[in-house]
Design a protein around this ligand. Structure first.
Ligand code: SAM
Ligand code: DTB
Ligand code: SF4
Length: 334
């Protein structure tokens, strides 16, 4: 780090023509600023890059639920834990389309289809391609999250017109093996590179509340900010503790620490959509308001995420009214 202050440097990162690597030390100084200073800075950067009152709305659908071979300690869908979830096969394209139409009517602009797989198989690709093409034809952005992707599978989905691929790094490199043992942090980065190289926009973030330290959270955001191009979308999830999963008894995150993490994500990745993702049913309206002030500008809408609960349309409509927020329309910057 050179002579400019870390906070100033944070604003330049990703915002100017020349990107410099974000240093963990600088990110830590920013994270630990007095709360008002941190939020003011995050809100300033937010305003320089986005309409501060517009929130992007995505809707999730689980197109293949449960029975997953991976052992992610947070997940209801891993076959390694007795979570009581019923597994199902890949959904029919027509059913996916019917659900996507409902999501569009509910105001969602992006449709995110998730499968509980370690990776898709060749035999799944025709159906996945059809889902992308048909949901896109409704005028929605498409997103998929299917586990690891090879360059060939990435290229096939890109050709079908897939806009985004979600693949979270979830936590720091250091803490990764405490949460997942069936794959490595490096595997995650490899898929992210395959997706990026295929020309698909990247959605990558993580989860807070898995017993990680503050430093793990900062390190995770630094990893994301230092990718060759930062992810266009950065989902920050608050752990939904799943009974039977490895993390069922994890200690909850301090809401102020959660807001600080959102602010740091906004500062390190000024042009990315930062999504206030899973866990909103356990957040107060006031906590969500602080997250929006700190620079979160995207949410999942609807009553279900993939398998877990979400606040639902009525609650979110009331929250948007109280805060004077409006849905973000599709445009060149989304
Ligand atoms: N199987 C795919 C994969 O892991 O790449 C996609 C589906 S997975 C459910 C997508 C993401 O949801 C995970 O990476 C994790 O960040 C988040 N997630 C899963 N279970 C969660 C939970 N109980 N609480 C918060 N976030 C969760
Ligand atoms: C992301 O970061 N969060 C979403 C999406 N990407 C795929 C998933 C949240 C899942 C919450 C737990 C569940 O519904 O099972
Ligand atoms: Fe499988 Fe994804 Fe759940 Fe991990 S997070 S167990 S890969 S569905």
């Amino acid at each position: 780090m050179t002579s400019s202050s870390p906070a100033q440097n944070g604003r330049q990162i990703g915002g100017g023509d020349i990107r410099r690597a974000v240093e963990v030390e600088d990110a830590t100084i920013i994270y630990n600023l007095p709360f008002n200073d941190l939020l003011f800075r995050a809100q300033q950067i937010h305003r320089e890059n986005f309409d501060p009152n517009a929130i992007q709305m995505s809707r999730l659908l689980s197109i293949k639920t449960g029975g997953c071979a991976e052992d992610c300690g947070y997940c209801s869908q891993s076959a390694h834990y007795p979570t009581g979830l019923k597994a199902s096969k890949l959904m029919e394209v027509e059913r996916v389309l019917a659900e996507a139409r409902k999501a569009k009517d509910g105001g969602a602009t992006r449709y995110c289809m998730g499968a509980a797989w370690r990776n898709p198989k060749d035999r799944d690709m025709d159906a996945l391609v059809a889902m992308v093409e048909r949901v896109k034809a409704l005028g929605m952005e498409t997103c998929m999250t299917l586990g690891m992707l090879t360059p060939a599978h990435s290229a096939r989905l890109a050709e079908a017109g897939l806009d985004y691929y979600n693949h979270n790094v979830d936590t720091s490199e250091r803490y990764y093996s405490e949460i997942i043992t069936t794959r490595s942090f490096e595997d995650r980065l490899e898929t992210l590179a395959n997706v990026r190289d295929a020309g698909i926009k990247v959605c990558a973030g993580g989860i807070l509340g898995m017993g990680e330290t503050t430093q793990d959270r900062i390190s995770m955001l630094v990893t994301l900010a230092n990718l060759p191009s930062p992810p266009e979308s950065v989902p920050i999830n608050m752990l939904i503790p799943i009974p039977g999963s490895k993390l069922e008894n994890a200690a909850p995150v301090d809401p102020i620490d959660f807001v600080r993490t959102i602010a740091l994500a906004r500062i390190l990745m000024p042009k990315s959509h930062v999504r206030l993702s899973a866990g909103r049913t356990d957040m107060s309206d006031e906590m969500q308001a602080l997250c929006f002030f700190a620079g979160a500008n995207s949410i999942f809408v609807g009553e279900t995420l993939l398998t877990a609960d979400n606040p639902g349309e009525d609650h979110d409509a009331a929250l948007f009214r109280r805060l004077g927020l409006k849905p973000m329309q599709l445009g060149p910057t989304t």
